[in-house]
Design a protein around this ligand. Structure first.
Ligand code: GTP
Ligand code: MG
Length: 294
């Protein structure tokens, strides 16, 4: 077989499992995931290279409607622009759940000039597996993709079959990136995201949407990576919630973040977290740009 390589955009509404599937497809935790919609905020490349192919997955924020802050516009733009300049689109929907946001994604997908594989994810959640059939038929009435693939992102045989399917559409060409490249993002970016993941997972209500993370110190000290990160919140009242009773919440976030950062960097990590109020950051273009949203 000749060598194949290309870009594969992973798109869909929030919470359908795009980042989970991206991580499973490359066999490494790179993109953050949580049970909450709008977890991913930035486009990120996740690269899988073998002797035969290089697949560059482009994980994207969930396309959404209803929120009109500058950060939501940024996220929607990052997602919709990813449809251009790729070789294949993986469009994810959730089995049995078609929403207005899926319809919005469909508007974008139907303009695409490249093969589209429609992945119907989370089939493990269906009590009766046959129940996916009417859902597939319903979607088939709205859109005819090049391939329709029901799966569970956590199921290894499913992701293996999906990889084979992707390979079918991948163009013949040499590697786009060096073979040892895993992402286009810096270590610092991934580290900040891993911290934000723990915040997304542990904090409730609107708070996870009102915060962002910035790395202030990133230094190698012998074998140890020294990291200081600042968590920006929107309001003073949110600062005490992130810190928690006797600092317990921040301690928990710190411990879990450090463990997953150590797994990613494969070295010991010393992590220090701070919380700072920066009012209105998520609806202010200048603040957004200074915090890496540009
Ligand atoms: N049961 C089940 N849960 C899944 C599956 N795939 C993903 N999930 C869960 O769905 C939730 C959302 O997953 P994410 O990967 O963060 O979803 P996303 O599409 O990247 O979401 P945004 O970044 O917010 O757009 C998480 O709790 C995942 O564990 C699946 O196949 N089955
Ligand atoms: Mg995501």
């Amino acid at each position: 077989m000749s060598h194949k390589a290309g870009f594969i955009a992973v798109i869909g509404r929030p919470n359908v499992g795009k980042s989970t599937l991206t991580n499973e497809l490359i066999g490494q935790k790179l993109s953050i995931t949580s049970h909450r919609p709008q977890t991913t905020r930035h486009r990120i490349h996740a690269i899988d290279t073998t002797d035969d192919y290089q697949m560059v997955f482009v994980d994207t924020p969930g396309m959404h409607i209803g929120n009109t802050k500058a950060i939501n516009a940024y996220m929607n733009r990052a997602a919709s622009s990813s449809i251009n300049d790729v070789d294949i689109i993986l469009w994810l929907v959730e089995a049995g759940k078609w929403t207005k946001e899926d319809a919005r994604v469909l508007e974008h997908v139907s303009k695409a000039q490249v093969p589209v594989i429609l992945c119907v994810n989370k089939i493990d959640k269906l009590k009766d597996k046959q129940a996916v059939l009417p859902f597939l038929a319903e979607i088939g009435q709205k859109y005819q993709p090049d391939d329709l693939f029901p799966l569970s992102a956590f199921n290894k045989p499913d992701t293996k079959t999906l990889r084979t399917l992707i390979l079918k559409y991948l163009p013949e060409q040499g590697n786009i990136f060096d073979a040892d490249y895993v992402t286009d993002r810096s270590e610092k970016f991934v580290v900040a995201e891993f911290i934000r993941e723990k915040l997304m997972r542990h904090l409730t209500d609107e708070l996870p949407y009102d915060l962002t993370v910035e790395i202030e110190q990133y230094e190698l000290d012998g074998e140890m990576q020294r990291i200081a990160a600042r968590i920006f919140v929107d309001k003073t009242s949110q600062k005490s919630i992130v810190i928690g009773n006797k600092g317990e919440m921040l301690k928990l976030i710190g411990t879990e973040s450090r463990q997953s950062i150590e797994g990613f960097l494969q070295r010991k990590v010393f992590l220090k977290l701070w919380v700072k109020v920066k009012q209105g950051w998520s609806d202010d273009k200048r603040s957004l740009a200074s915090l890496g949203y540009d």
